[in-house]
Design a protein around this ligand. Structure first.
Ligand code: NAD
Ligand code: DAU
Length: 354
């Protein structure tokens, strides 16, 4: 097993990156963790309350496209592994403004790879790994049956997924061309605490609480495969420590849902907690215009990571979704903060004013 002494996490103030840092630092005391994040609308240092005082933790506000900064950090901190989350991550935003997706996701990844390759080749450290956090969306869409495996050809459909596929291919090229020790993970949809309320689950929770319409795209029969963010974090740690460089690992929990069923479930859970009559919140469901190029179904085969590395999810969806609803109810101040200002502008543009 590869157990690094110092890691650089990019995008560690976002939803998954912050959950990963919290998980990783608890599981690996003594390992230095440097978090490089530019703090876009999606990055929030309040996501890291549990770790920010640790002497092993350092936050640096900066851009992954800044080669000089990346070079300095790798050398100064004697970084042995990069865990790369930083990205523009929201499909709807990529439809209205694709440029930043190419810049951050493609060019940013290339800068990190190039600086990491030089750092490693300069023998600044004895060992090195680069873990690129990617997504099942690079595989495109499935019909009613079948699963994405690591051999499924890449066929991205949105500017977001195309930019992620582009970054995956550059990672692959570094591995094939330079023998650079890179790993790629491709995970299904995550849910859990600290997810920005532009994504389906927190957006619906937020709107149910506020008694606002629940915008379901198209016929609501698109399928997503949901995994708790803590299970994604443990899978990334497992791949970083045990995965063979050059390989791709899919991550998922065999948990497919129609969007409409998730929305109804959230309505029912919240009716109970808010003391509303059973079925009341379902009245807020509103079918709206479909997302352009909307992928119909995602479903991950996570057979390889289970077979080769013994990883399995620990959350049942029943437990994970109930805990998530409770977390959002208990963290109204966090939601309030991230949904003020810029969020309101985004929301009005995406869904129209009220
Ligand atoms: P997020 O949008 O919540 O967070 C992204 C973070 O990256 C933010 O903190 C942001 O400030 C930072 N960032 C953006 N541009 C940057 C730049 N130029 N330099 C430094 N930092 C920058 O995203 P997330 O949902 O946590 O996703 C994290 C990663 O996981 C992404 O690469 C995404 O593609 C991948 N992924 C997400 C999911 C999911 O369901 N959310 C599933 C599979 C894979
Ligand atoms: O599959 C992994 C991907 O999951 C990640 O790579 C992305 O970063 C992440 O954003 C997510 O992409 P999706 O497009 O699947 O997630 P989103 O939460 O945006 O939408 C989930 C489904 O719900 C999708 O079919 C669109 C639908 N939807 C979404 C929103 C925001 C609605 O019906 N209404 C909405 O308001």
């Amino acid at each position: 097993t590869f157990v690094p002494r110092a890691i650089l996490v990019t995008g560690g103030a976002g939803f998954i990156g912050s959950n990963f840092i919290t998980h990783f630092m608890a599981a690996n005391p003594g390992c230095r963790v440097v978090n490089l994040d530019i703090l876009t609308y999606a990055g929030n240092l309040k996501n890291l309350v549990g770790v920010e005082k640790s002497p092993d933790y350092r936050f640096v506000r900066g851009d992954i496209c800044n080669a000089e900064l990346v070079r300095e950090l790798l050398a100064e901190e004697r970084i042995e592994a990069v865990v790369h989350f930083a990205a523009e991550s929201h499909v709807d935003r990529s439809i209205t403004g694709p440029e930043i997706f190419v810049r951050t996701n493609v060019l940013g990844t290339q800068v990190l790879l190039e600086e990491s390759r030089r750092h490693r080749e300069a023998k600044a450290v004895e060992r090195f790994r680069f873990l690129h956090v990617s997504t099942d969306e690079v595989y495109g869409t499935l019909g009613e049956t079948g699963y994405f495996t690591e051999e499924t050809p890449l066929a991205p459909n949105s500017p977001y997924s195309a930019s992620k596929a582009g970054s995956d291919l550059i990672v692959r090229a570094y591995s094939e061309t330079y023998g650079f020790p890179a790993l790629i993970t491709r995970c299904s949809n995550n849910y859990g605490p600290y997810q920005f309320p532009e994504k389906l689950i927190p957006l619906m929770i937020h709107n149910i609480v506020a008694n606002k319409p629940l915008p379901v795209y198209g016929d609501g029969r698109n399928v997503r495969d949901w995994l708790h963010v803590k299970d994604h974090s443990s899978a990334i740690e497992t791949v970083l420590k045990g995965g063979k460089p050059g390989e791709v690992f899919n991550i998922g929990g065999n948990n497919e849902w129609f969007n409409i069923d998730i929305v109804q479930l959230l309505c029912d859970l919240l009716d109970e907690r808010l003391g509303r009559p059973k079925g009341e919140s379902r009245g807020l469901i509103t079918f709206v215009k479909d997302r352009l190029g909307h992928d119909r179904r995602y479903a991950i085969s996570a057979a390889k990571i289970k077979r080769e590395l013994g990883w399995e999810p620990s959350y049942t969806f029943e437990r994970g979704i109930a805990e998530t609803v409770d977390w959002y109810l208990a963290n109204g101040a966090w939601v309030e903060e991230v949904t003020s200002g810029a969020y309101r502008d985004y929301y009005e543009k995406q869904y129209g004013g009220e």
